[in-house]
Design a protein around this ligand. Structure first.
Ligand code: ARG
Length: 459
C-alpha cells in the first residue's frame, strides 16, 4: 500500500530508508494520546459544521475500536506504518474509506505529534509525582522511627557532629519535595494545547482551538502556531527535573552503598535487594543501590542528547524532533522505576543503631559544643575555636578523650577552663542542644516531620 502522503512521488521508499525514517517502533506507546487527540479534533470539526454528525460518530466509534485492538495486541504495526499517527489514520481509512479521510482536516502531523507528546508528558508527570509521594511517605515513616537515634554527621567524609538518623533522612525528604515542586511547575508550562496549529501557520478552515483544548483537558491554548510545532521545551523541562531528581537518588544510593559496607555497618540491605557473587560464596552485594547510583548516567545523557538535537534547528518543524522520543521514554521509565525500587528498599531497611553508637566516640564529634560553651562564657568564637583545637591536639597526643581531661590539664591549655562548668558533652547532650530552627535536636526533627506531613497531605 502506498504511503498516505505519496501523491507527488513516482517511486516508493528504499527499504533501509523506510526503516531509518520510521518511528513506529517506539512512538506506538503514544497510541492512546493520539486517539484521544483525534476524537477531540473530530468532535470540534463536527461542532463547527466542518464534519457531519454521522462522520463524527463513525470516526469516534472506529477509533475506540482501534484503541481496544491495540490494547489487546490484535493490531501489529510494521515499519511501513511509519509512525503512530499514520498507523492509526491508515487503519481508520481502511475501515471507513472516504469518511476516514476527513479526520485529517485542519490538522498536520506536526501539531498532532506535539499534542500527543504533551498529553503523554502531562500524564507521566502525574505518575512520577505519585512515585515521589510514595518515597516521601516512606521517608517520613522512617524519620519518625529514628528521629532521636544518633549517628555521625560528616563533612568531607570526616566525622563532624552528631546528628539523628531521622534528621539525615529528612534532608532527602527536602530534596524530593523540591523535585515534586519542580515537576508541578513544569506541568504549568506543559499544559498548553498546540492542536490546530496545523503545519506551521494555522489554517483557513474555521476551527475552534479553544474547544479542542477544553475537550482534551488542557488549561491553555498555545499562542503562536509556529512556536507550537517547533517547541520541545516541555520535554527538556521534564528531562531536567528528572536529571536533578536522579542526582538526588544517586547521592542517596551512594550512602546506602557505604552504610552497607563492613567498615560502616550502619545498615544491612534486605536480601531481596542484593545479589551474590559467582565466585566468592560469602558475598552479598548492594547491586540495587549501585544500579540506582548509576542510572543517573542515562538520564543526564538523554537530556544532553535532546539539548543537542534542538540546538540550531530553524523554525518550524524539522524531522530532527522525532529524536525526542526514545530519550523521553527512557527517562520516564528509568525515573519511575528508580523511585519505586528505592522507596521499597528504604521501607525494608532498618538501621543497626547499636553498631552506629559504637562509632560515635571517634573523631571528637562534640568539639563544636565545647567551643559554643566557651562562647557562652563570653570568649570570642575564633578564640574558642583555637582553644578547642589545642584540646583536640592534646587529647590526640595523649590518647585521651575530652572527658578524661583534668582541670590541671585544661588549665595548661587555657586558665579560664574548668571541667565543672562544662555542659553535657554526651552525644545525647549535643543532639538535644541543637534546637535552632532546622537543627538536629529530636524535637526539631519532629517539627520538620510534622511540617513535611502537612505539606504531603495537602498536595
Ligand atoms: N514521527 C514524527 C515525529 O515524531 C511525526 C511528525 C512528522 N511530521 C512530518 N511532517 N514529517 O516527529
Amino acid at each position: 500500500m502506498a504511503n498516505l502522503w505519496s501523491g507527488r512521488f513516482e517511486k516508493g521508499m528504499d527499504k533501509i530508508v523506510e526503516e531509518f525514517n520510521a518511528s513506529i517502533r517506539f512512538d506506538k506507546r503514544l497510541y492512546d494520546c493520539d486517539i484521544d487527540g483525534s476524537i477531540a479534533h473530530i468532535i470540534m470539526l463536527c461542532e463547527e459544521g466542518i464534519a457531519t454528525e454521522e462522520e463524527k460518530n463513525k470516526i469516534i466509534e472506529t477509533l475506540n475500536e482501534i484503541k481496544k485492538e491495540i490494547e489487546s495486541g490484535k493490531i501489529e504495526f510494521s515499519v511501513h506504518d511509519e509512525d503512530i499517527h499514520m498507523a492509526v489514520e491508515g487503519i481508520l481509512i481502511q475501515r471507513l474509506g472516504d469518511i476516514g479521510k476527513k479526520l485529517h482536516t485542519a490538522r498536520s502531523r506536526n501539531d498532532q505529534v506535539a499534542v500527543d507528546t504533551r498529553l503523554y508528558v502531562k500524564k507521566e508527570i502525574g505518575l512520577i509525582i505519585d512515585n515521589l509521594k510514595y518515597m516521601e511517605h516512606v521517608l517520613l515513616e522512617k524519620a519518625e522511627k529514628y528521629h532521636d537515634e544518633i549517628m555521625i554527621g560528616f563533612t568531607h567524609m570526616q566525622h563532624a557532629q552528631p546528628v539523628t538518623i531521622g534528621f539525615h533522612l529528612m534532608a532527602y525528604f527536602q530534596m524530593f519535595k523540591r523535585d515534586i515542586e519542580r515537576f508541578m511547575d513544569s506541568l504549568v508550562r506543559t499544559d498548553y494545547c498546540p492542536l490546530g496549529s496545523c503545519a506551521l501557520a494555522g489554517t483557513t478552515i474555521p476551527i475552534n482551538r479553544h474547544r479542542t483544548a477544553e475537550i482534551l483537558g488542557f488549561n491553555n491554548v498555545t499562542e503562536n502556531a509556529m512556536d507550537s510545532v517547533s517547541d520541545r521545551d516541555y520535554v527538556l523541562e521534564l528531562m531536567s527535573a528528572s536529571s536533578i531528581c536522579m542526582m538526588h537518588i544517586s547521592r542517596f544510593a551512594e550512602e546506602f552503598v557505604y552504610w552497607n559496607s563492613q567498615e560502616f555497618g550502619y545498615i544491612s540491605i534486605d536480601d531481596s535487594f542484593c545479589t551474590g557473587s559467582s565466585i566468592m560464596p560469602q558475598k552479598k552485594n548492594p547491586d540495587m543501590a549501585e544500579l540506582l547510583r548509576g542510572k543517573v548516567g542515562r538520564v543526564y545523557g538523554n537530556l544532553f542528547q535532546l539539548m543537542t538535537v534542538m540546538k540550531g534547528t530553524p523554525l518550524a518543524y524539522n524531522k530532527d524532533f522525532q529524536e525526542d522520543k526514545e530519550g523521553l521514554f527512557d527517562t520516564i521509565d528509568t525515573l519511575k522505576n528508580s523511585l519505586l525500587i528505592f522507596a521499597k528498599m528504604i521501607e525494608k531497611t532498618e538501621f543497626e543503631t547499636e553498631n552506629i553508637k559504637k562509632q560515635l566516640n571517634k573523631g571528637f564529634l562534640n568539639a563544636t559544643d565545647i567551643a559554643e560553651h566557651f562562647v557562652k562564657m563570653k570568649i570570642p568564637f575564633r578564640e574558642a575555636h583555637e582553644i578547642v583545637g589545642k584540646m583536640v591536639k592534646y587529647c590526640e597526643v595523649n590518647q585521651k578523650d575530652f572527658i578524661d581531661l583534668t582541670d590541671e590539664e585544661l588549665n595548661s591549655i587555657d586558665n579560664r577552663l574548668s571541667k565543672s562548668t562544662f555542659p553535657d558533652l554526651s552525644m545525647e547532650g549535643c543532639i538535644n542542644g541543637r534546637v535552632s530552627f532546622g537543627g538536629t535536636a529530636p524535637s526539631e526533627v519532629k517539627r520538620q516531620i510534622g511540617v513535611g506531613k502537612a505539606w504531603l497531605d495537602e498536595i
